[in-house]
Design a protein around this ligand. Structure first.
Ligand SMILES: O=C(O)CCC(=O)C(=O)O
Ligand SMILES: [Fe+2]
Length: 207
């Protein structure tokens, strides 16, 4: 499935990131794509391939139930047309961010995330203590007809002291600077599906 991002949408994201450090686009991905991605995520849930997410990195990853309650599975290219379509869209965004903001983003890593009812992710920054390759976080939501009373907001703590809640409505993309914006996921009363990912800079350490 191929689709691309309009120039006006790209400019809005770039301008928001440069000025405010974050951007919210409620119509980033078409419904045909988010429906296929949601379907794919549900299939993976029923096949049992999503696993409880850990916190930390590499050998330091630990599943801490008190921190986050989502189940995840990392995406790889070539798994399905819908996943490839999504990765292609985000790569277009990566190239545009590099061209306008000179961020030097070399790749995008992403996983499906499933928060069952009641699951949450406590306030955190998307940076590991021992590695700072993650530069820009991007989350695409896959849930149709989300109602505010169902909870499940992504709560962002912005630089000016403002607190903003983002609803996980299908097609919405939220993008923010990974090192600058603390955030948390509030519990919901229904399943909450998303694709969470990070644009990364080149690592400093030799291969
Ligand atoms: O699902 C969200 O709204 C954000 C998830 C998140 O913060 C993370 O996985 O680091
Ligand atoms: Fe996060």
């Amino acid at each position: 499935m191929t689709t691309d991002i309009s120039d006006s949408l790209l400019s809005r994201i770039i301008d928001d990131l440069a000025e405010f450090g974050w951007s919210l686009q409620t119509q980033f991905a078409p419904q045909s794509l988010t429906r296929q991605l949601a379907e794919e995520c549900r299939q993976r849930i029923s096949q049992g391939t999503l696993a409880p997410a850990g916190t930390g990195r590499g050998n330091a990853v630990a599943v801490r139930e008190g921190t986050r309650g989502d189940h995840i599975q990392w995406l790889e290219a070539g798994q399905s047309p819908a996943c490839d379509g999504y990765l292609q869209l985000l790569d277009e965004l990566r190239v545009a961010l590099n061209q306008s903001l000179y961020l030097g983003l070399v790749d995008y890593e992403s996983h499906f995330a499933f928060y069952p009812p009641g699951a949450f992710y406590l306030k955190h920054l998307d940076r590991f203590l021992d590695e700072d390759r993650r530069a820009v976080s991007a989350v695409l939501y896959l849930n149709e007809d989300w109602l505010p009373e169902e909870g499940g907001a992504l709560r962002l703590y912005l630089a000016d002291g403002e607190v903003r809640d983002v609803w996980p409505q299908a097609g919405t993309l939220v993008v923010f600077l990974s090192a600058d914006v603390p955030h948390e996921v509030l519990p919901a009363s229904r399943d909450r599906l998303s694709l969470t990912g990070w644009f990364r800079r080149r690592g400093d350490s030799p291969l």
